[in-house]
Design a protein around this ligand. Structure first.
Ligand code: SF4
Length: 381
């Protein structure tokens, strides 16, 4: 199978002020003392990456995520962005996203970001309700979140926000207020996630102890459907299970992942997909740093993706797109015919009323939209 040269890159910045109780990302909280070592290490990793490509890779999309990239103080932020600009060429019409938290945003940081070419900001808002923000252990207020969205949009007018629903104790009417405020603000894109309790997080432990209780499934479904309704009315089209966008503002970086395109990656816990190899760096920031500082390799895991796996993943991610997935594109890319490979699964999913299917196209039904994870799992198995 021929793998195209990546046109996307993901860079992971692990620093946060505090680890939120539900978070299981590769994060170091309250370890700003590691920032200079991180900046030196990421520079080396990017150097190596440019060396492999034999020239600065040309990118259509660059995504800087975390952690909280904007937690870097201004001088370090400049050094970091310089390092990225030196290592990558950005193609005409590029999309450069940077994740940010409201409490870090200043006019000076926004100037630096836009000066280097960042043209999309993804804000970790989660809610506008102070009580819910406290439960989620977020350090901003609802009022400051709304103000920051306005401030960012005035300087970098492509703002995405993340919102969490089904937090402990949350009601549908409280969520409706979050949605109302979000829809009234100058955003181009929203991602909504129901709160999950991941093993290894303090929320997981607290739920087991009975300190936190999950919202029941029917309330969670009502919240999800309300999000679809409110954002549709605000001109934010539902295009992927968890994502809504104004026309022309879908996240091109995530679309590349979902379409099975390859990408480069760097930083602790970052996963890359290059030449049919999926590799993941050490999740521990200190292990990542030690590996690079000793001239070693930061990779913790790697696997070869064969054509059948690539085709199954293409179907599983593709079916999460609200418009559905074109199987002929997967066949052209991988040489695998999903209609034959997954014939029994497709029949089963259709008989359950979860997908509609024509010869070369599958799409979730309105009922299937609520069971997208189960549909994806069946296509992968
Ligand atoms: S700010 Fe985001 S990345 Fe950092 S700990 Fe909280 S949820 Fe995780």
């Amino acid at each position: 199978m021929h793998w195209p040269t990546p046109r996307s890159a993901y860079i992971h910045v692990p620093f946060c002020r505090h680890r939120c109780g539900y978070c299981n990302f590769s994060v170091v909280a309250d370890r700003d003392d590691l920032m200079d070592r991180y900046l030196a290490a990421i520079d080396q990793e990017l150097d190596r990456l440019a060396g492999i490509a034999n020239r600065p890779p040309v990118l259509d999309t660059l995504f800087v995520g975390g952690g909280t990239p904007t937690h870097l103080p201004i001088a370090r932020l400049q050094r970091f962005l310089q390092s990225l600009r030196r290592r990558f060429d950005l193609a005409d019409g590029f999309e450069w996203t940077m994740e940010a938290n409201p409490e870090d945003i200043t006019a000076e940081k926004l100037d630096v970001m836009s000066g280097f070419g960042v043209n999309r900001v993804s804000l970790g808002i989660q809610s506008f309700d102070d009580r819910k923000l406290a439960v989620l252990e977020r350090s901003h207020s609802g009022q400051s979140a709304a103000e920051v969205i306005q401030q960012v949009a005035a300087q970098i007018p492509n703002v995405s926000i993340d919102l969490i629903f089904a937090a402990p104790g949350e009601t549908v009417s409280a969520w409706a207020e979050d949605l109302r405020i979000a829809a009234s603000l100058p955003i181009t894109h929203v991602s909504t996630y129901s709160l999950t309790y991941e093993k290894g997080t303090s929320f997981w432990t607290r739920r087991h102890r009975g300190d936190l209780s999950e919202v029941d499934e029917s309330t969670e479904i009502a919240m999800y459907d309300l999000g679809r309704e409110v954002f549709a009315a605000a001109g934010l089209r539902h295009y992927e299970i968890s994502n809504f966008a104004k026309s022309g503002f879908r996240c091109r970086h995530n679309l590349a992942y979902w379409q099975g395109d390859p990408w480069y990656a760097a930083g602790p816990g970052a996963a890359a997909f290059v030449d049919g190899q999926r590799v993941m760096n050490h999740r521990s920031t200190t292990t990542y740093l030690k590996r690079i500082e000793s001239g070693g390799n930061p990779i913790a895991e790697s696997e070869t993706i064969v054509a059948e796996e690539a085709a199954r993943e293409g179907a599983a991610f593709g079916v999460r797109m609200i418009d559905g997935v074109d199987l002929s594109q997967i066949r052209a890319r991988t040489g695998i015919d999903i209609s034959s490979l997954c014939a029994a699964s497709l029949d089963h999913l259709r008989s359950q009323g979860l997908i509609n299917r024509t010869a070369d196209h599958i799409q979730l039904t309105p009922r299937g939209v609520h069971f997208a994870d189960a549909v994806a799992r069946e296509l992968l198995s």
